[in-house]
Write a protein that binds this ligand. Structure first.
Ligand SMILES: [Fe+2]
Length: 391
C-alpha cells in the first residue's frame, strides 16, 4: 500500500522555508531566530480584520515580542504605502518586518524593510543597471514572509513591484537582500480564499512558471522547477477552486506559487509585459490579466516555443501532446475555474490600448519574451485579448 506523503518540510532554497499546515504557530520562534524583539506586521486592511492576523500578533506578544500591525496597504501598492509603513516602523522603534498577506502586503513589507535604512528616495533603487548598489545594506531590517494567497510567490522574490503614481507605471524595486530571510508557507492560511481569488492568483502562479519555462535564457535549475510548477497547477488548481478547504490542494498550489517565483529569475515575458500596464493604469487584478492574455501570448510565441510546448504537453500527459494541446488545456482550465476570456469584461476600452502598448514595450518583462516585442505587436496582442481572440 502506498504511504501518503506528508506535505510538510523545511526547505533551504531559494531561502529558508518552513512549509506545511499549521506552521504559522512557529512565527514567534522565527522572529526570534532573526533577532527581532519588536516586529512590525505589515498586511492589508482586509486581512487585518480577520482572526488570522490578530492570532499571529497575539502569538508573538505571548512569546514576549512587541508586535504592532500596519495595514495601510492597497492592491497594486503605491510608494505612499511604503512611506507610511516606514514612518510607523521608525515611530514604534521596530527591528524587523513580518510581511503577511498576498502580493501587495508582501511587496510593501519587503520595501518597508529596505527603506527604513535608506536616505535616498525609493525610485533610486529601481531594477536598472547596478542601481541596487546604492542601497545601504546595513540599514535594512530582517523580514519574515508569510504568504496568504498562492500566486505571486513574492515570499521568495528579491524585488517588490510598486506603482509610481506620478506616471502610473509599475516599477520593480530590487536588491538581492530583499529576499526574505525566513518564510512560513502555511497552506491553511489560504483555506478561506474565495474561488474567484483562488483562480486569479493561481493563474498568476501558472503564468510565472509558464513564462519562465518559455524564456529563451539558459537556466536549467529554473527550467526544472517551472515544469513541475505547471504540473502542480494542472493537477490541483481546479480542486483548490472547487473545494476551498482541501488542504492537499491548497498545499500543492502554495508550492506551485513559490516555485513560480523561484523560476522566474530565468525571465518573464509578454504575459507580464501586457499585464503590468493594465494593473498600473486600470487597477485590474494582476492574475486575471495574466489569465486573459495567456493563450494569445502562447500563440504569438509559437514559432519559438513549439518544441518546449510539446515537451510540456508530454509531461502534463495531455492527449495528442503538441503545442495545441497546451493551449486547449489552458482554455479549458480557464473556463472550468471561471476566469473571463477577454479584457473587455475586465473594463478595458479600445482607446486605451495605444498608451498601454507604449508602456508594455518598455516593461522590464518584455526583454525575456521568446520573440521580440514592439509597440506594434503588443498593440495587436491587446486588441486580440480585448475581444478574446486567440489566433
Ligand atoms: Fe505575476
Amino acid at each position: 500500500m502506498a504511504v501518503e506523503m506528508e506535505l510538510s518540510g523545511n526547505w533551504n532554497y531559494p531561502t529558508a522555508i518552513r512549509f506545511g499546515a499549521g506552521r504559522i504557530g512557529e512565527l514567534a520562534d522565527v522572529c526570534r531566530d532573526l533577532g527581532m524583539k519588536r516586529p512590525l506586521l505589515v498586511t492589508d486592511p482586509g486581512l487585518a480584520a480577520l482572526p488570522m492576523i490578530a492570532d499571529a500578533a497575539a502569538g508573538c506578544r505571548a512569546a514576549g515580542l512587541v508586535c504592532e500591525v500596519f495595514a495601510d496597504v492597497q492592491g497594486n501598492p503605491v510608494a505612499k504605502n511604503v512611506d507610511d509603513g516606514v514612518a510607523v516602523f521608525r515611530a514604534g522603534g521596530h527591528d524587523g518586518v513580518i510581511a503577511f498577506g498576498g502580493g501587495s502586503a508582501l511587496d510593501v513589507g519587503k520595501a518597508v524593510a529596505l527603506m527604513v535604512g535608506q536616505t535616498r528616495p525609493i525610485w533610486d533603487f529601481e531594477d536598472r543597471e547596478d542601481w541596487y548598489t546604492r542601497v545601504d545594506v546595513e540599514g535594512m531590517a530582517p523580514v519574515v514572509a508569510v504568504p496568504t494567497t498562492s500566486g505571486t510567490g513574492s515570499e521568495v522574490g528579491r524585488a517588490s513591484v510598486i506603482t509610481d503614481e506620478r506616471d502610473h507605471t509599475k516599477k520593480i524595486i530590487f536588491h538581492p537582500r530583499m529576499l526574505p530571510a525566513q518564510v512560513i508557507a502555511d497552506p491553511e492560511l489560504t483555506l478561506g480564499l474565495p474561488p474567484n481569488i483562488t483562480a486569479a492568483v493561481g493563474m498568476d502562479a501558472l503564468s510565472h512558471n509558464l513564462e519562465a519555462f518559455c524564456s529563451p535564457f539558459y537556466h536549467p535549475l529554473a527550467q526544472g522547477i517551472a515544469l513541475e510548477g505547471i504540473r502542480l497547477v494542472k493537477d490541483w488548481l481546479p480542486t483548490a477552486c472547487r473545494e476551498g478547504d482541501n488542504v492537499k490542494a491548497r498545499s500543492h498550489m502554495m508550492a506551485a506559487s513559490t516555485m513560480g517565483a523561484a523560476a522566474f529569475q530565468k525571465g518573464l515575458g509578454a504575459m507580464h509585459a501586457l499585464s503590468h500596464p493594465l494593473g498600473a493604469v486600470l487597477d485590474i487584478h494582476h492574475g486575471l490579466t495574466n489569465a486573459v492574455v495567456m493563450p494569445c501570448v502562447l500563440v504569438f510565441n509559437r514559432s519559438a516555443i513549439e518544441e518546449k510546448m510539446t515537451a510540456l504537453a508530454r509531461y502534463l500527459d495531455l492527449p495528442d501532446p503538441a503545442f495545441q494541446a497546451v493551449v486547449d488545456w489552458i482554455l479549458a482550465l480557464r473556463e472550468e475555474i471561471g476566469v473571463p476570456a477577454d479584457l473587455a469584461a475586465l473594463g478595458l476600452r479600445e482607446d486605451q490600448i495605444g498608451q498601454l502598448a507604449r508602456m508594455a514595450a518598455v516593461d522590464p518583462s518584455a526583454g525575456s519574451n521568446p520573440l521580440p516585442l514592439t509597440e506594434e505587436n503588443l498593440t495587436t496582442l491587446y486588441q486580440m485579448a480585448l475581444q478574446g481572440r486567440i489566433g
